[in-house]
Design a protein around this ligand. Structure first.
Ligand code: ADP
Length: 748
């Protein structure tokens, strides 16, 4: 058995629940992402604002420092020594000032930019060429103080810069005083500003060359990303840069107005966001914990759902296998409902199964009963058929001797008993006919009836028949009409049986027609053969009965008062015989009192080439010796008496053994053997008789109640010369014996 496989869209419940729980966390996650983004942005703008603040504060401090240097130089410019142009004193004062303020040197230049003296050189030895001429030129041109860019002092090989102020007399530039400072001089300013450890501050000159840095520098210039930031316009600004150390930082800058220097302060992005990162970490841990918890919950929940589902699956499988379904109470109401429904379905299945089993048992019982009844009916039918067959034989056996005895009485010619003999003869004929019918019916029902076909001229047959019944018409008018062309109509059939057919119909017509009525037999040619109508003006047949009168034993209810006798066998025999001849028979009647018409239709055959052979019988009576063997003593004795009266010498034997003894001395010309002998059949007896030592060579006649073709074949196979069916009329017997004797060769 195959189960449908789960569809490709099927997912385990556990996964679905986990996804469900996770999806609950999704909005939270989105809000968190948005919030964190917001926080990062906020932190960034805050940090950028604060580095700009710091850079401005630092810028202010550096500017103040430079201004204080300029003020000192201004004071020196206004000194008496310079007023008096006492350059030697000025030189000394310059040396003092350089020492006092930790300057590198103090330089005095004239209005054309030529160096007049340096505090670092002995007086009068200085070269007139300025070290860093740019700023000097600017002062001369603008007559404004100026700060120069960083340069390397030739002697010290250390970075330095110059602060220069103009010395004006009555609005006219006369000198330029410069202080050359080591860049480190500004370090103290940075230190004073308390730059946080996570930040870095730096001061750049006009060329973006580093002046001073709060941390040791690896390069003399600003990092490329800082260069880009500083390229922007504006007095101040902020942005994301990478420091020389490679540290990502929020960097703010402030340009020093009038000086051309820039102060930049950067603070580590990581440092700025540290709190944020901690928050992020906490959130991530929280989120992971939530996820884990929801997965755990989903797992637990799915377990609680899956367990009942497993139970339901097992229950459904049990239902499918036809086993009892037992389910514990399930914790989930909906599933419990399904469980209850499954149990109910199982109960319903069991109930209908029981119902079916009960019905099947009942059916079997009924079928058994019907089969029994059928068997009994068949048994009864067989018993009935058997009984009829036995009855026929048993009735026929005594009929033969009675007939013979009657014949003897007639031959003896006792005149005083003529009337009684007539009565006995008539009744005997009636009984014989009934017995014949019974035997025929039993043959029909057992399928043993057969016919011997030969060409029969129907007109002859009907003429003889009508004449034979005419003595019994008792005042009724009986006519025979042979239609045109019917005179030479031949049919293929068993003459004896065809006589039986028309005799039965004719006897019925006479029987059911009052004495004043008329009966006519008409033979006409029809398309499909020859048609014989037997029409009477008798009591007629009810429409209901017409359909049934051809059934076995059926008699019209109004006729079953036994007043007319009969067994209801005549018409079924007629129907069977006609059909065996390939014909049909039908009854018609306009109703009770309207007379009846029976129509027999038989197929035609061509006339035979030669006419029927002339009867063999020769009437010469020849005396001969005859042995009669029959265990029915009356039959044997009357038969013997009949033959003796005809001049034969007759011996009788009642058993096969006796017959063999008789044969030894008697040597008959003809032996008449009953077939149903005690202990041995007539066929076997014939065999013994013909075999040595007896070697009987006379004629053999079988005399039996069995007159079928097969019986005749059996007897001829056993070596019999003739076969007579009981009861045999004495004349028939005598005729046969005579004919056999006349054709006999010499007996052994
Ligand atoms: P039965 O021996 O009773 O005559 P049949 O088989 O010959 O048996 O006939 C069956 C029944 O058919 C009769 O009992 C009778 O009721 C009816 N029947 C037969 N022939 C005629 C007829 N010529 N007229 C009226 N009824 C007939």
């Amino acid at each position: 058995m195959s189960y449908p496989s789960p569809s490709s869209r099927a997912r385990p419940l556990r996964l679905r629940l986990t996804l469900l729980a996770a999806s609950g966390l999704l909005p939270l996650l989105l809000v968190l992402v948005w919030g964190i983004n917001y926080l990062i942005e906020d932190r960034r703008s805050q940090s950028e604002r604060s580095v700009v603040e710091v850079s401005r504060a630092l810028g202010t401090a550096v500017d103040a420092e430079l201004r204080s240097i300029m003020r000192l130089l201004d004071q020196m410019g206004a000194s008496d020594e310079l007023e008096r142009e006492d350059l030697r004193s000025v030189h000394r004062a310059a040396i003092r000032a350089a020492r006092q303020f930790n300057w590198h040197e103090v330089v005095l230049s004239d209005a054309e930019g030529r160096v007049l003296l340096r505090s670092g050189d002995p007086f009068g030895t200085s070269s007139p060429v300025p070290v860093e001429p740019d700023s000097l030129r600017r002062v001369i041109a603008t007559r404004q103080p100026s700060v120069g860019h960083v340069f390397q002092t030739p002697g010290l090989k250390a970075d330095a810069f110059a602060v220069r102020v103009p010395v004006l007399r009555s609005g006219k530039l006369v000198y330029v005083l410069s202080a050359v400072l080591p860049t480190d001089a500004l370090l103290a300013v940075l230190v004073r500003q308390h730059i946080p450890s996570a930040s870095v501050a730096a001061v750049f000159d006009q060329m973006r060359r580093l002046v001073v840095r709060s941390r040791p520098a690896t390069s003399a210039f600003a990092s490329p990303s800082l260069q880009l930031l500083l390229d922007r316009n504006g007095q101040q600004g902020a942005g994301l840069t990478l420091t020389q150390e490679g540290m990502e930082s929020y960097t703010g800058y402030t340009r020093l107005e009038g000086v051309g220097w820039t102060v930049a302060v950067g603070t580590s992005v990581d440092g700025a966001n540290e709190g944020l990162y901690a928050l992020l970490r906490a959130l991530a841990v929280g989120l992971a914990a939530s996820l884990a918890l929801s997965a755990l919950l989903a797992w637990g929940l799915s377990r609680r759902v899956l367990e009942p589902i497993d139970a339901l699956i097992e229950g459904a499988a049990a239902l499918g296998r036809g086993e009892p379904v037992w389910l514990p109470p399930l914790e989930i109401v909906e599933l419990d409902d399904v469980g209850v429904a499954l149990a109910a379905a199982a109960a319903e299945r069991d109930r209908s199964l029981q119902e079916r089993e009960r019905a099947a048992t009942e059916r079997e019982r009924l079928v058994g009963q019907i089969a029994d009844a059928l068997r009994m009916a068949e048994e009864a039918n067989r018993s009935k058929d058997q009984f009829l067959a036995v009855l026929g034989h048993e009735l026929r056996n005594p009929l033969a001797p009675i007939t013979n005895a009657m014949q003897l009485m007639q031959i003896k010619g006792d005149e005083s008993t003529v009337r009684e003999r007539r009565i006995i003869e008539r009744q005997l004929a009636h009984v014989t006919r009934l017995v014949d019918d019974l035997l025929d019916v039993s043959r029909i029902t057992s399928g043993r009836l057969s016919i011997r076909r030969a060409p029969v001229r129907l007109a002859d047959l009907l003429e003889q028949l009508v004449e034979s019944v005419r003595p019994s018409v008792d005042g009724r008018v009986l006519t025979l009409e042979i239609g045109p062309g019917t005179q030479d109509a031949w049919v293929s059939g068993d003459e004896v049986r065809l006589v039986q057919v028309f005799n039965n119909l004719l006897v019925n017509a006479i029987k059911f027609t009052p004495p004043a009525g008329s009966i006519s037999v008409r033979a006409v040619l029809s398309d499909s053969g020859v048609r014989v109508d037997i029409v009477d003006s008798g009591i007629g047949i009810d429409a209901d009965d017409i359909a049934r009168i051809f059934e076995l034993f059926y008699q019209s209810p109004q006729h079953s008062d036994r007043s007319r006798g009969g067994l209801g066998l005549g018409l079924p025999i007629v129907k069977n015989l006609v059909e065996m001849h390939g014909g049909t028979v039908a009854a018609e009647s306009a109703g009770p009192g309207q007379g009846s018409k029976f129509t027999v239709l038989l197929p035609l055959v061509d006339a035979p080439a030669s006419s029927r052979p002339a009867p063999l019988l020769a009437s010469t009576v020849q005396a001969g010796r005859i042995l009669v063997v029959d265990d029915n003593r009356d039959a044997a004795d009357t038969c013997a008496a009949l033959l003796e009266m005809s001049g034969y010498t007759v011996r009788v034997a009642y058993t096969p053994e006796a017959s063999l003894q008789v044969l030894q001395q008697f040597r008959p010309d003809t032996a008449i053997l009953d077939i149903g002998l005690p202990g041995m059949s007539g066929y076997a007896l014939a065999g013994l008789m013909k075999a040595p030592p007896l070697s009987y060579r006379g004629k053999l006649i079988a005399l039996t109640g069995y007159g079928q073709a097969s019986d005749r074949a059996d007897s001829s196979a056993a070596g019999f010369d003739a076969h007579l069916t009981k009861p045999v009329s004495p004349q028939e017997l005598l005729d046969l014996v005579e004919s056999l004797s006349s054709s006999a060769g010499s007996p052994s």
